[in-house]
Design a protein around this ligand. Structure first.
Ligand code: NAP
Ligand code: MG
Length: 404
């Protein structure tokens, strides 16, 4: 078979530890035999980030803006232990945080649903996608302890020095605590546009919820910005696509989600998204089946797996042991990026390849060949745990069959 030609390069962001090992295996086994791969390569492995003072991360994000589609391997976010392990010049920031800030994007996480890998909520037969607003609220807060008998107020000073004040609480006979949080209209608007674009892109309904009945100014502002942007820019497009935008209270959404079959995007404020994405990931089974895509309001896409570098497996691998690390979410990061590139450049063979790669991966698991993390979740008869290489070879066989 002649290899599929690409016109625009994908931005390829390599990463760390076990996922870096698997990255190369996926390319060798599943991609290079079929695609005349064109990428602009950025090595976000911690060693090279350290060598370039993290400039490589910034460059990779700028390249993503330029070309429109990136695929990223999991990367280490350094902590104290990593400072010594990698002899780092600085405790470099999370690459995902840096890239997200440059692209002003929203992260969408969705599980890969496979017959015989059963979610803890059995009615969830379709994926639930969580969109998390990743700016502000308690993640950029100011907090204080307040002694008894103190008065706490919110104070806003304008550029001419005029002050507006409101009472938070008059503390009387007990010490206490206060917290100041903020958000900005611009970030909420970007979040809304990313959500609406992604809904149109995936043809799924989108639900947004907050607590506007209690938070009548703060949460209500989120609700209003979503409504204004929807009415002005998206209503007609949604009607044409036959999908729905719907706002409700967070309590109501929780009840609706549990009763649903999935198949919707749930847009969350920052804290709700943090907690609910962990809940949803756990309910669907394994982190190894959780995909993640960063979408900017102007339609730039960066695909990755939601999990990290699977450090524990890497140390075993370094000792020469075989590991049963699940490569599925990383495979779907590649297929997602190829499909998007194919759509943008009008290369149907590339979209078709992405479909076939995903189908071959799912078929492999449905035939009972799977990695250890899926074994206990699976009700497939004759199931067997294999190491990552054997698993990838089985996918490669299935993929080859779909091209015969
Ligand atoms: P992790 O790499 O996601 O792994 C946590 C545990 O989940 C693993 O030890 C493993 O359990 C299981 N697991 C995760 N992915 C798996 C897969 N594909 N196949 C099989 N099992 C899987 O999280 P972490 O250990 O907290 O973090 C490790 C490093 O990753 C850290 O340096 C962190 O900064 C980084 N990280 C990066 C990203 C990113 O780039 N997006 C996200 C999260 C974390 P068992 O060991 O029990 O098998
Ligand atoms: Mg969390």
């Amino acid at each position: 078979m002649e290899k599929i030609r690409m016109t625009t390069p994908l931005v390829e962001m390599d990463g760390d530890e076990m996922t870096r090992v698997i990255w190369q295996m996926i390319k060798d086994e599943l991609i290079l035999p079929y695609v005349d791969l064109k990428t602009e390569y950025y090595d976000l492995g911690l060693e090279y980030r350290n060598e370039t003072n993290d400039q490589v991360t910034i460059d990779s994000a700028e390249a993503t803006k330029k070309y429109g589609v990136a695929v990223k391997c999991a990367t280490i976010t350094p902590n104290a232990a990593r400072m010594t392990e990698y002899n780092l010049k600085e405790m470099w920031k999370s690459p995902n945080g840096t890239i997200r800030a440059i692209l002003d994007g929203t992260v969408f996480r969705a599980p890969i649903v496979i017959k015989g890998i059963n979610p803890f909520i059995p009615t969830w037969t379709k994926p639930i996608t969580i969109a998390r607003h990743a700016y502000g609220d308690i993640y950029k807060n100011a907090e204080m302890k307040v002694p008894a008998s103190c008065k706490a107020e919110l104070l806003v000073t304008d550029e001419n020095g005029n002050e507006t004040k409101t009472l938070i609480h008059q503390f009387t006979d007990s010490d206490g605590i206060i917290q100041g949080v903020h958000n900005i209209d611009k970030s909420i608007a970007s979040f809304a546009r990313s959500c609406f674009n992604y809904a149109l892109d995936t043809k799924m309904d989108i639900w947004f919820a907050s607590k506007d009945t209690i938070s009548k100014t703060y949460d209500h502002r989120f609700k209003d910005i979503f409504a204004e942007i929807y009415d002005a820019e998206y209503k007609t497009k949604f009607e044409e696509a036959g999908i729905e935008y719907f706002y409700t209270l967070i309590d109501d959404v929780v009840a609706r989600i549990v009763r649903s079959n999935g198949g919707v995007i749930w847009a969350c404020k920052n804290y709700d998204g943090d907690v609910m994405s962990d809940m949803v990931a756990t309910a669907y089974g394994s982190l190894g089946l959780m995909t993640s895509v960063l979408v900017s309001p102007d339609g730039v896409y960066e695909y990755e797996a939601a999990h990290g570098t699977v450090q524990r497996h890497y140390y075993k691998w370094l000792k020469g042991e075989k590991t049963s690390t699940n490569p599925v979410a990383t495979i779907f990061a590649w297929s997602g990026a190829f499909r998007k590139r194919g759509e943008l450049d009008n290369i149907p063979e590339l979209c078709d390849y992405a479909d076939k790669l995903e189908a071959a991966t799912i078929a492999t698991i449905e035939s009972g060949i799977m990695t250890g993390d899926l074994y206990s979740l699976s009700s497939i008869e004759g199931k067997q745990t294999v190491d990552s290489e054997t698993f990838l070879k089985a996918i490669a066989d299935n993929l080859a069959k779909s091209y015969n």
